[in-house]
Design a protein. Structure first.
Length: 255
């Protein structure tokens, strides 16, 4: 028993010494901490539009970045829609483009900033004098939801894509219909002009991307590969590539 007690006592002393040494090391570390790894600061918005409480469904900047145009409404469907113009520098409200009777699902600003186009759930497209905040034309052709808009690079044409499967080209000077094509079996969901203006790309719920000649309305090509409805088409700035994305959760790049 004594031997056991002696061994135990020696172990306790050794353990106490280890503990004191460890505490001393910890104290030294606390007194001289290692340099902390810098943590990147969280991005800070240049401006907040927090006082705006309605749905915002779509937005587009003027080319110079001075104004932001947002579209939405009291609901996503049948309640009155709204289009608001904001000063990008400080987030202040610069004006309204009032008149949509239903939610506004698409908005585009022309390259020169003189025109804005908006499209409602009720199928009515409105063309606006953006600097003057006044309505130029109501464009009525589609039956049902208009999902996407695109100005030609020179601003003389507006393409609209609707739930009725049609893609319509409009003359922005007088609001007249230039051409209408039955583009897709099902909804036409997205539309984009190539930078040169010579090709119009559309996507639809039929899982197809189609390429069109805007002047004649003739189909120039068809891109297959998506497994579900298309939701977006976009050209690269030089026009060499087309990006497409859809409900199949795939993004495809085409040369």
């Amino acid at each position: 028993m004594q031997g056991v007690s002696k061994t135990a006592g020696g172990g306790a002393a050794a353990g106490l010494g280890w503990l004191l040494t460890s505490l001393g090391s910890l104290a030294a570390c606390a007194a001289d901490p290692a340099p902390a790894t810098p943590v990147a600061a969280a991005p800070v918005p240049a401006a907040n539009l927090g006082e705006f409480k309605r749905w915002v469904i779509a937005a587009d900047f003027t080319r110079d970045g001075g104004e932001l145009v947002t579209a939405g409404g009291e609901s996503l469907l049948y309640r009155p829609g709204d289009v608001v113009v904001w000063k990008a520098a400080d987030g202040s409200r610069a004006g309204d483009l009032a008149g949509h009777g239903t939610a506004v699902w698409a908005v585009r600003v022309s390259a020169d900033g003189k025109l804005a186009a908006t499209a409602g759930y009720d199928g009515i497209v409105k063309l606006w004098d953006l600097p003057g905040r006044t309505l130029k034309h109501d464009l009525k052709k589609h039956k049902g939801w208009v999902r996407s808009l695109a100005f030609s690079p020179d601003g003389t044409r507006l393409a609209t894509a609707g739930e009725d499967g049609q893609v319509v080209l409009w003359d922005t000077a007088n609001g007249s219909e230039v051409k209408a094509v039955a583009a897709h079996a099902g909804s036409a969901t997205c539309v984009a002009f190539a930078p040169g203006g010579g090709t119009l790309a559309t996507g639809g719920s039929d899982k197809l991307v189609k390429l069109w000649d805007p002047a004649s309305g003739a189909e120039k090509g068809k891109l297959e590969g998506h497994g579900d409805s298309l939701w977006a088409v976009a050209y690269s700035p030089d026009g060499s590539r087309l990006a497409t994305a859809g409900a199949d959760r795939m993004i495809r790049l085409w040369n």
